[in-house]
Design a binder for this molecule. Structure first.
Ligand SMILES: Cc1cc2nc3c(=O)[nH]c(=O)nc-3n(C[C@H](O)[C@H](O)[C@H](O)COP(=O)(O)O)c2cc1C
Length: 217
């Protein structure tokens, strides 16, 4: 790996690690260009079969946001903007997909949402995904045509000072190492020659180059 690639990877990982959900927003509006860039990020997420079943509905009208929130217990704070990820059942039908059996569509919702939220974080915005809402009520409140289904909503806004503090605070203390197995379930370590200690150095005394600042978990 080149030094530049390693630095880029460290920067990307730092961005991922510092993103926390935001549940408290200032009243500052979100610029259209920022929302457009978030949907651009979603467009470049992986898509099963390259089908691109999903559409992204941006909502900023305060009255519509208020109505949607009344049907969404998962929206713990009023956001200045919302991006609703919709499944387009017409595209699904064209692609001969059986949505009730094919879970790849739901996976695509997650990858699109994650790309959006990371891009928003890079822009200094806060986000929170929401799935706790009434699909039928939200469909009515947003005048959705019958062929689109709201799957997940991403609240977007400028985090309050308090929430900025929370975002940089400690998340649930689970490490990537605890969630990862090497070759077999239960085996938490890579081969000894590739293990790194707390200082980022291999634990068997061999000479893997160290990466300053690289996360150890
Ligand atoms: C599929 C999904 C649905 C979620 N739904 C909600 C929700 O309805 N309301 C909410 O406040 N947070 C929701 N969250 C956010 C999670 O609670 C949050 O990601 C988790 O607590 C970890 O926090 P972090 O992302 O800041 O690390 C959801 C997350 C996912 C992935």
């Amino acid at each position: 790996m080149t030094a530049t690639a390693s630095r880029d990877a460290d920067q990307l990982l730092a961005l991922m690690r510092s993103r926390r959900v935001t549940r408290s927003f200032t009243g500052e509006p979100v610029a259209a260009d920022d929302l457009r860039r978030m949907t651009e990020a979603a467009r470049w997420a992986t898509s099963a079969g390259n089908r691109h079943l999903h559409k992204f509905l941006i909502v900023r009208d305060p009255e519509r946001l208020r109505l949607v929130r009344s049907a969404a217990p998962g929206m713990l704070a009023p956001p200045p903007a919302l991006i609703v990820i919709l499944t387009d059942t017409e595209v699904a039908a064209r692609e001969s997909m059986q949505l009730e059996r094919d879970h790849s569509s739901w996976i695509d919702v997650g990858t699109a949402a994650m790309n959006m939220m990371l891009l928003a974080h890079a822009l200094g915005l806060g986000t929170c995904p929401v799935t706790s809402f009434s699909r039928s009520a939200v469909s009515v409140m947003l005048d959705l045509p019958p062929h689109v289904i709201p799957e997940l909503m991403v609240m977007v806004g400028h985090p309050t000072i308090t929430d900025r503090g929370l975002r940089s605070g400690a998340p649930k203390p689970v490490t990537a190492g605890e969630l990862t197995f090497w070759e077999a379930v239960g085996a938490h370590d890579p081969p000894a020659s590739e293990r790194r200690g707390a200082a980022g150095l291999p634990t068997d005394g061999s000479s893997l180059p160290s990466k300053p600042g690289a996360p150890t978990a």
